[in-house]
Design a protein around this ligand. Structure first.
Ligand code: TYD
Length: 202
C-alpha cells in the first residue's frame, strides 16, 4: 500500500536522523520505500535549492523565496512523489507544504492564505497521509559551524523562534502527529514507528 509521509519541524530538530532510521526500518520490513527531501529531490529542484539557500543572494525578496520553494515542490511532486505513490511505494519526505507555511508564511509575516494557494497550485493539493511534526522547547539550531550556515540559517534567532512557535501552536488535523523531540533518538524513532503501525502503514 502506498503512503506519503512527511517530516516537519524547525532546523536542527532531528528530521533527517529519524527519517533515515524509519527508512532503514521499512526496508528491513521489505517495504518498497523512497526517501527524499525538500527543497530538492529532483535535478531541477536541487538547482532551485542551491539558488534559494545561496548565502550570497541576500537581496532575495520574500515573495521570490516563497515562489521558488513552491516551484521546487511542484517539480518534486510531479516528477518524483506522485509517480512513486502510483507504483505503490511509501514516500518519506523531509519537509513539505507546512514548511512554507511556517517559514515563508508565519516567520516572514506573509499572508498564510497566499502561501497556501501557491502551494495548492504547486502540488495539485496532494495531501500527506501522515505529517510528523517535531516539537521541541529549546532553540535547536547552532549544531554546526556558523560560517557554513545557508541563507535561511543566517536569519536571526527571532525568525527561528517564530518557526518553532508556528509548529508548537498548530492545532490537530487528521493527518498531523505531534512528536516530542526533547527525548532520545531511540524514543523519537519508536514514537514515529508506533504511529505508522497504528495507521497500518507497516
Ligand atoms: P533543510 O534542508 O530541511 O534544512 P535543515 O536540514 O537545516 O532542516 O531545509 C533548508 C532550509 O529551507 C531550512 O532552513 C528550512 C527552509 N525551508 C523553507 O523555508 N521553506 C520550505 O518550504 C522548505 C521545504 C524549507
Amino acid at each position: 500500500m502506498s503512503a506519503f509521509i512527511t517530516f516537519e519541524g524547525p532546523d536542527g530538530s532531528g528530521k533527517s536522523t529519524i527519517c533515515n532510521l524509519v527508512y532503514e526500518e521499512l526496508l528491513k520490513n521489505n517495504k518498497k520505500t523512497i526517501k527524499t527531501r525538500e527543497p530538492g529531490g529532483t535535478r531541477i529542484s536541487e538547482k532551485i535549492r542551491d539558488l534559494i539557500l545561496d548565502k550570497d543572494l541576500r537581496e532575495m525578496d520574500m515573495r521570490t523565496e516563497a515562489l521558488l520553494y513552491s516551484a521546487s515542490r511542484a517539480q518534486h511532486t510531479y516528477e518524483k512523489i506522485i509517480p512513486a505513490l502510483e507504483e505503490g511505494a511509501i514516500v518519506l519526505c523531509e519537509r513539505y507544504v507546512l514548511s512554507s507555511l511556517a517559514y515563508q508564511g508565519y516567520a516572514r509575516g506573509q499572508d498564510l492564505d497566499d502561501i497556501l494557494s501557491i502551494n495548492n497550485f504547486a502540488t495539485g493539493k496532494l495531501k500527506p497521509d501522515v505529517v510528523f511534526i517535531f516539537r521541541s522547547s529549546g532553540v535547536t539550531l547552532h549544531r554546526k559551524d556558523e560560517s557554513s550556515y545557508d541563507r535561511l540559517e543566517r536569519e536571526p534567532d527571532e525568525f527561528h523562534k517564530k518557526v518553532r512557535d508556528y509548529y508548537n501552536n498548530l492545532g490537530k488535523e487528521d493527518n498531523y502527529y505531534f512528536i516530542d523531540v526533547n527525548k532520545s533518538i531511540e524514543e523519537v524513532f519508536c514514537d514515529c514507528m508506533k504511529v505508522l503501525k497504528e495507521r497500518m502503514i507497516v
